[in-house]
Each structure stands twice: as structure tokens, then as C-alpha cells.
Design a protein around this ligand. Structure first.
Ligand SMILES: Nc1ncnc2c1ncn2[C@@H]1O[C@H](COP(=O)(O)OP(=O)(O)OP(=O)(O)O)[C@@H](O)[C@H]1O
Ligand SMILES: [Mg+2]
Length: 250
């Protein structure tokens, strides 16, 4: 479970102080997905960096399974927007990179490794380098690496934004099917309402800067089969968009 209480964060530069997050409260059950949506500059990436343990000078408490964020002992998967693959390592080596960083024995993960490569459609690409892959394939490699370590928390910052619409939908499906198998607590940031409604069991709408939660939506459509074809899906996206427009124009 992820628990955020009274979280505020102010950036201090030599000239100014800037409050990027203000009094954020949020609870996420273990194995849940949460989509964060908000206008540019409202603090989404800042929030992910705090959850990843990259930013530590904040006010309030942030706990993962009852413990403060500790990247040394917890396994936190972070997929940045550019996928974070090492160009000089092949697909197989990139997927296995986490073992080295976390000092784990690869032998213990061999079965999962094989099944993830299958599930993500990476069979046959193991010896290619990232530069020899499409954007969608690179994203699959990043997902394989993240899921393989069975993270306590998976963080994704606009993970699919660089992909064309068709590839994006396909990778969203791939993500959900891997997530169903591994049920990893996931927080993802997105600019796209359809993505938030498709992938977020919870949808957190952040207000314009300084970042405050303006609404948390328990998404009734999460996990419904072929939900993108449902009228309700379209309707919910329209409603949320309207709500956001009113809120962000304040
Ligand atoms: N290192 C920093 N020093 C000072 N201010 C910063 C720093 N990093 C971010 N900010 C400011 O904090 C605010 C929140 O930044 P953040 O990157 O979290 O926004 P975001 O919601 O992820 O935006 P986007 O949607 O454009 O990615 C912005 O106004 C940004 O200018
Ligand atoms: Mg950002």
C-alpha cells in the first residue's frame, strides 16, 4: 500500500522558492494502478520523483507498505519517458540490468524472464540493440525490465506518449495483461484522458500549480473487457475532461 499524507514540496533556487506540491493526500492499495493527470508544470514528475526516492526534502509522509521510501531496500521500478535503456547493451542485457543493480541472482528469475519475454512479444529480439528497435519495442523492453524485479512500486512518467496512437493502444493492452499477471502497484503520469481512464483504477486529477489534488476518481470502468468500445468509456472521458476544464480555468 502507498500512503501519502500532507505532502508538500518546495524547490529552492538561489533566486526563488517554488512550491511544486501542496498538501497532497493519497492512498493506493497494494496491487492497484493509479493514473495522475494534470496540466504541465503542476508537479506530476515531482510527485513521481518523491515516490522513487529521488527527491527527499519534502514535508509530510510518504510510505510504501508502511515504510518510508527507501530505494536501497525497496524495489522501485521507474520507467522514464525515454524508456531508460542503455544503448550499448542488447535487449537481453537491458532486461537483466536490474539484477546487477539490485544484487539479485539471475538464476532465481529465469522462468519469469522467459515468460515475460513471451508475454511482451520480445522473442527473437534478445540480441538486438535499442537503436535497432521501434519505439513500441523499446517500451516493451523497459516494461520487461521493470516487471521482472517484481517491484514494490512501479512508476511510469508519460510512458506511452512518444508512441503513435495504434502502438500506444497495443502497448497499453500489453501493459494491462502483464500487470494482471504480476499485480504490481503502479503509478503512472499521463497527459491523455483516455489513457488515464483505461489504465487507472484510481484517477488523480491535479490542479494547476501549485500542485494540489483537485479530485480522486474511483474508476468504475477499470479492467472492463474491451472498455474502449463502450459508450460509458467515452462518456466518462468527456465528463472528466469537462471537470478538468472548469477546474484548471479557475
Ligand atoms: N529542479 C527544479 N528547480 C526549481 N523548480 C523546479 C525544478 N524542477 C521542477 N521545477 C518546477 O516545479 C514545477 C513542477 O514541475 P514538474 O516537472 O513536477 O511538473 P510536471 O507536472 O511533471 O510538468 P510536465 O507535464 O510539463 O512534465 C514546475 O513549475 C517546474 O518549473
Ligand atoms: Mg513531467
Amino acid at each position: 500500500m502507498i500512503q501519502i499524507k500532507g505532502l508538500s514540496m518546495t524547490y529552492e533556487t538561489s533566486e526563488a522558492r517554488y512550491t511544486a506540491l501542496k498538501d497532497i493526500n493519497l492512498e493506493l492499495a497494494a496491487g492497484e494502478t493509479c493514473a495522475i493527470i494534470g496540466p504541465s508544470g503542476c508537479g506530476k514528475s515531482t510527485l513521481l520523483k518523491i515516490l522513487a526516492g529521488i527527491i527527499t526534502d519534502f514535508e509530510g509522509t510518504v510510505e510504501i507498505n508502511g515504510q518510508p521510501v527507501m530505494p536501497k531496500t525497496q524495489i522501485i521500478g521507474f520507467i522514464p519517458q525515454n524508456y531508460g535503456l542503455l544503448p550499448w547493451k542488447n535487449v537481453y542485457e537491458n532486461i537483466c540490468l536490474g539484477f546487477k543493480i539490485k544484487h539479485k541472482k539471475q538464476a532465481d528469475y529465469e522462468a519469469d524472464l522467459t515468460s515475460l519475454i513471451q508475454l511482451l512479444g520480445l522473442g527473437g529480439l534478445e540480441y538486438r540493440y535499442p537503436g535497432e528497435l521501434s519505439g513500441g519495442q523499446q517500451q516493451r523492453v523497459a516494461l520487461a525490465r521493470a516487471f521482472l524485479l517484481k517491484p514494490d512500486l512501479l512508476l511510469m512518467d508519460e510512458p506511452f506518449s512518444a508512441l503513435d496512437a495504434m502502438t500506444r493502444e497495443e502497448i497499453q493492452n500489453v501493459f494491462l495483461s502483464v500487470w494482471r499477471k504480476h499485480s504490481v502497484s503502479t503509478v503512472l503520469v499521463t497527459h491523455q484522458m483516455e489513457e488515464a481512464v483505461y489504465l487507472g483504477r484510481k484517477i488523480v486529477i491535479l490542479a494547476a500549480a501549485p500542485g494540489k489534488v483537485s479530485k480522486i476518481v474511483d474508476n468504475p470502468l477499470f479492467g472492463v473487457d474491451d472498455v474502449r468500445e463502450h459508450k460509458d468509456f467515452f462518456q466518462l472521458c468527456v465528463e472528466l475532461r469537462k471537470m478538468i476544464k472548469e477546474d484548471w480555468s479557475k
